[in-house]
Design a protein around this ligand. Sequence first.
Ligand SMILES: CC(C)(COP(=O)(O)OP(=O)(O)OC[C@H]1O[C@@H](n2cnc3c(N)ncnc32)[C@H](O)[C@@H]1OP(=O)(O)O)[C@@H](O)C(=O)NCCC(=O)NCCS
Length: 166
Amino acid sequence: MALHLTLLDGRLHDRAGFTCGVPSLDTYLREQAGQHQRNGIATTHVLVDAAQPRHILGYCSLAAAQLNLSELQPADRKRLPTYPVPAVRMARLAVSAGAHGHRYGRLLVGHAANCASALRETLGVRVLLVDALDVKAARFYRAYGFREAMANSHTLYLPLGKLIAP
Ligand SMILES: CC(C)(COP(=O)(O)OP(=O)(O)OC[C@H]1O[C@@H](n2cnc3c(N)ncnc32)[C@H](O)[C@@H]1OP(=O)(O)O)[C@@H](O)C(=O)NCCC(=O)NCCS
């Protein structure tokens, strides 16, 4: 299997055939993701197998965001200015119901973190943010180092590592 992560292309990818078990995430992919991508609201990154390039195995959507400094845990606030914290939000994450448990979710989270880190060559980004759908999803994110935001256990953030000085 040769897995590829690429931006959603409505002419190529089969959005209608995607189902992950959470209807709102299927509907988003089918009805809004393309429009949001064209309009600068969010990009959608899809995971496909090169042998079946139309078939979407999973997707994540990314958008610019910010977090109040007071929402970071005290240890993560150290030496930060008292401005809102620049962030990338992984607004949605879903894996095809037939492909759960193959580590595709993990791959998509890693891809989102890499995209956010790569942006730091161009603009300030301190954390990758997610809003977990439920307690189970929050557990999934915590396993990858995401930390709960203060006063909202459904919002989690992943501090991005330091860039190596040029
Ligand atoms: C949550 C979801 C993206 C996980 O994708 P996946 O490809 O099945 O997960 P992975 O195979 O990458 O699992 C990686 C690890 O997370 C665990 N895990 C998977 N789904 C989990 C869940 N819902 N809750 C807690 N842990 C979970 C796995 O057991 C695995 O653990 P391991 O590394 O110790 O073996 C997928 O189940 C999904 O699309 N669910 C429906 C939509 C959803 O809930 N999205 C999250 C929105 S916030």
